[in-house]
Design a protein around this ligand. Structure first.
Ligand code: AKG
Length: 482
């Protein structure tokens, strides 16, 4: 059993026939119309192997025009579609639920331009994040976002899900760094909002509707993004704290004392560390003792090697003296730094190897965050492990419940409790992963009925037949119309 709620196929959708397939072959060429069973099996299944659709067709458009023609056709035929990037999402948003046509964006992977004065990059949606990072590195820039899935995830998917990641604490969310985008609406209209300006207050800033709407309002085909300069001095500390309160105080101090050079503040608890050490090959605890309760990674990025290092070392020394940190080590080179990151970024992979996992991605006021973890440990008892880590600097907790296998009894112990608790503490039930299929019907825990109603109206305006990524994001009554 999976955590998916039971939903029904929208009866107003038609089903794919051989004329449809012929039309797409004519439009895209045989090679870009995929019916191969192995390819479809992969594309129908999400990264966690928890959500599984039954699509019979995957399309690989190479241009915006092709995306436009595909959607125009599907809209007129009432054929539902699911846009798919790297398929690394964690909420079942990037795979079909039933037989939706998969629109794979991977062939639109051209970099269009980089303005080396302003650092503004324009590229197609299917560019893999890591490729953009390498490209920019050669030109003295970095991407304003970085996440564990960088080797597979695509910028179009990042933008469509408003992915957060490890650098948000420094560079802000994609609502700030994405300067423009091009999107194709359900009816095939191409909306050119691909501006490359920092400032543009001419009317409604519609690009924001496509950032974080998970492909439910249109398909993002091109992106313009502000990239920060690559600074010469990066330092990474791996630290231990005795309790959660110390992690919290350390965050306040780090923001105040490191100020402009702070570029990441991440945490994991000892259960997360144990999991990584047990399941990831070659992983080892950078600190000699493994008896610590919490681990914190602090990264600084600045332009003056000796000044930055002095600043960080002085901060660490006083935090040590003040008892906020009980142990710590500074990465001596880039390899050591990546081995530290591997521990933090490797938790999701270790969780997958450990068995079944129930994932919650919550925004909770920092001071309350770990109360939920303690409460969940009591609730779950011996039946499952509670693993907590995440972006402490952003108030974002990744709460994961790990069990040998999926079990509805375990699920009933977790939900709706986790959602109710989060809602009561004025948190968000999706900090950065989106709602997808997993949480489409849970939106009311974080949004008022009036707000959701407006979302429904926008959905209906832009996608009147509900063909774009159906069953996701909004409750089914608002996202697909029977
Ligand atoms: C992260 O590691 O920061 C993620 O977003 C993944 C969280 C998860 O696996 O729950």
């Amino acid at each position: 059993g999976s955590a998916a709620t039971v939903i029904e196929r929208n009866t107003s959708f038609s089903t794919l026939n051989s004329d449809d397939v012929s039309y797409f072959k004519e439009l895209l060429g045989e090679k870009s119309v995929v019916e191969d069973e192995d390819v479809l099996l992969t594309a129908n299944t999400d990264w966690m192997r928890k959500y599984k659709g039954s699509s019979k067709l995957l399309l690989q458009p190479k241009t915006t025009h092709e995306v436009s023609q595909i959607l125009k056709y599907c809209n007129s035929r009432c054929l539902p579609v699911v846009p798919q990037g790297g398929n690394t999402g964690l909420v079942g948003g990037s795979v079909p639920v039933f037989d939706e046509v998969i629109i794979n964006m991977g062939s639109m992977n051209n970099i269009i331009s980089l303005d080396k004065v302003s650092g503004i990059l324009v590229c197609e949606a299917g560019c893999i994040l890591e490729n953009l990072i390498s490209f920019l590195d050669n030109h003295g820039f970095i991407m304003p976002l970085d996440l564990g899935a960088k080797g597979s995830c695509q910028i179009g998917g990042n933008v469509s899900t408003n992915a957060g990641g490890l650098r948000l604490v420094r560079y802000g969310s994609l609502h700030g760094t994405v300067l423009g985008l091009e999107a194709v609406l359900a009816n095939g209209d191409v909306i050119d909002m691909l501006g490359t300006l920092r400032k543009d207050n001419t009317g409604y800033d519609l690009k924001h509707l496509f950032i974080g709407s998970e492909g439910s309002l249109g398909i993002v085909t091109k992106v313009s993004i502000l990239t920060p300069p690559k600074l010469s001095s990066v330092n990474l500390a791996f630290l231990a704290c005795v309790d959660y309160f110390s992690c919290q105080k350390l965050l306040v101090e780090a923001k105040m004392r490191l100020g402009d050079i702070l570029s990441a503040f991440e945490f994991l608890d000892n259960q997360s560390m144990d999991l990584v050490l047990n399941h990831l090959e070659g992983a080892r605890n950078p600190l000699s003792s493994s008896m610590h309760n919490f681990y914190v990674l602090i990264e600084t990025t600045g332009s003056d090697e000796s000044y930055d290092k002095e600043k960080l070392e002085a901060f660490l020394l006083s935090s040590m003296e003040g008892g906020l940190i009980s142990d710590g080590v500074l990465a001596q080179d880039i390899n050591q730094a990546s081995s530290f990151w591997r521990i933090r970024e490797g938790v999701p992979e270790a969780l997958m190897k450990a068995g079944a996992v129930y994932k919650y991605d919550l925004s909770i006021p920092v001071e309350k965050m770990y109360d939920l973890v303690d409460e969940m440990r009591i609730r779950m008892g011996q039946t499952a492990k509670v693993i907590a880590y995440g972006h402490l600097g952003d108030g974002n907790l990744h709460l994961n419940i790990s069990a040998p296998q999926y079990d509805d009894k375990i699920l009933a112990q977790i939900e709706p409790y986790v959602y109710e608790w989060t809602s009561e503490h004025k948190g968000s039930i999706s900090a950065e992963h989106g709602l997808g299929l997993m949480k489409a019907n849970k939106i009311f825990y974080s949004k008022s009925p009036e707000t959701v109603q407006v979302m429904g109206s926008i959905k209906k305006l832009l996608d009147p037949n509900g063909i774009l990524n159906p069953y996701k994001v909004l409750p089914q009554s608002l996202s697909s119309y029977h």
